[in-house]
Design a protein around this ligand. Structure first.
Ligand SMILES: [Zn+2]
Length: 345
């Protein structure tokens, strides 16, 4: 229990994570189609400014700019030979920003999906998946990451491959899935199934914390956590990193509808549901995170919210609540084949 995340969990009621990476890097000048990971080598001041913005907003845990940092993803930008360099640089820059801030903040090495479908649905073998994650995670570890942060996962096989890689690299790991398809992942995994999957992991492979990120809006994610209540164990550490409202097209760009007040309400509801690590995903800017911190500190812990409480405060869910609350895991993925691309935060 000497790792930094376990220390934080042992001494604090909640941990405030960060917000969006992609949204903020676009605000700093990243162009659509650019690899955000390239900036870890070429625009180090901007990456550090991004990290600093969340550290200063009050995040206790910040993710490295490495969502697409596997060779499978870097290949799209002809950077597949720089996996170690890029990931190590991202973690090193975050460690520097943390040291310069004087705050005690966890450096979480971000790991997103490979973008390739795992066997038997797609071509990627489990062992090749593990190797891809392991190479990325080794770079993150060498750059100084305190913990590995696997997120936006859809498939059980890919989730398990990432856990296996983290085990081989020897760092604690957090693993979240994106329940973006009517309360399931794109591959049909419901929050309750994720909890069961974590409980099936051997002690040495289980993540320190698990939960959901991204997906649709904050109310859907919290209802998803409620739907898993009878599978979640008392000592499980749950994570939610919800999007900042719903994406809207405004003047040709994607904007998120969530206000700082909405994200503050979401943070308090998540805490009252027993979520220990709370953050934002797409659209969540430092101002939102600062509002979340103020609310978590000022608003006393309340009773466990119901689905109705969540909807009353955060608005209607995108999916039907009946679907969100059903614990059935869809039998088959929506659609097989092809490469799925998704941007970080
Ligand atoms: Zn997101």
């Amino acid at each position: 229990m000497t790792d930094k995340l376990s220390q934080f969990l042992a001494t604090r009621p909640w941990i405030l994570a960060d917000g969006a990476t992609g949204t903020n890097l676009f605000a700093l000048g990243l162009e659509h189609g650019d690899a955000p990971e390239r900036w870890n080598l070429e625009e180090t001041d901007k990456v550090k400014a991004h990290y600093r913005s969340f550290i200063d907003a009050g995040s206790d845990l910040v993710l490295t700019n490495t969502f697409g940092g596997t060779a499978n993803r870097l290949k799209l930008h002809q950077m597949q030979d720089q996996v170690h360099e890029i990931n190590a640089a991202a973690a090193r820059l975050l460690k520097e920003a943390i040291a310069e801030s004087g705050r005690d903040v966890i450096c979480a090495g971000d790991v997103g999906p490979t973008g390739d479908l795992f066997q038997p649905v797609g071509p990627l073998s489990f062992e090749d998946g593990v190797a891809a994650f392991e190479a990325q995670m080794k770079g993150l570890k060498d750059g100084g990451a305190d913990v590995l942060w696997v997120e936006t996962m859809s498939s059980e096989e890919e989730y398990k491959a990432a856990l296996e890689a983290a085990h081989r690299v020897g760092l604690p790991v957090v693993g979240t899935m994106s329940f973006d398809t009517n309360g399931r992942t794109m591959m049909g995994v419901a929050p309750k199934r994720l909890a069961a999957l974590v409980h099936e992991c051997g002690h040495d492979h289980a993540p320190v914390a698990y939960g959901g990120n991204c997906g649709t809006g904050a109310p859907d994610l919290l209802v998803g956590i409620i739907s898993a209540a009878d599978e979640i164990r008392e000592d499980d550490v749950i994570v939610t990193k919800a999007n900042c409202g719903i994406p809207e097209y405004v003047d040709g760009a994607i904007r998120y509808s969530g206000t700082p007040e909405l994200m503050a309400d979401y943070a308090c509801l998540a805490r009252d549901l027993g979520v220990r690590i709370i953050g934002g995903c797409c659209g969540t800017q430092p101002g939102h995170v600062a509002a979340m911190r103020r609310a978590l500190e000022a608003v006393p812990r309340g009773p466990r919210p119901t689905v109705e409480d969540v909807i009353a405060k955060l608005g209607k869910t995108t999916g039907s609540t009946l679907d969100l609350l059903s614990d059935e895991t869809a039998a088959a993925p929506k659609r097989g084949g092809g490469r799925r691309r998704r941007s970080a935060g």
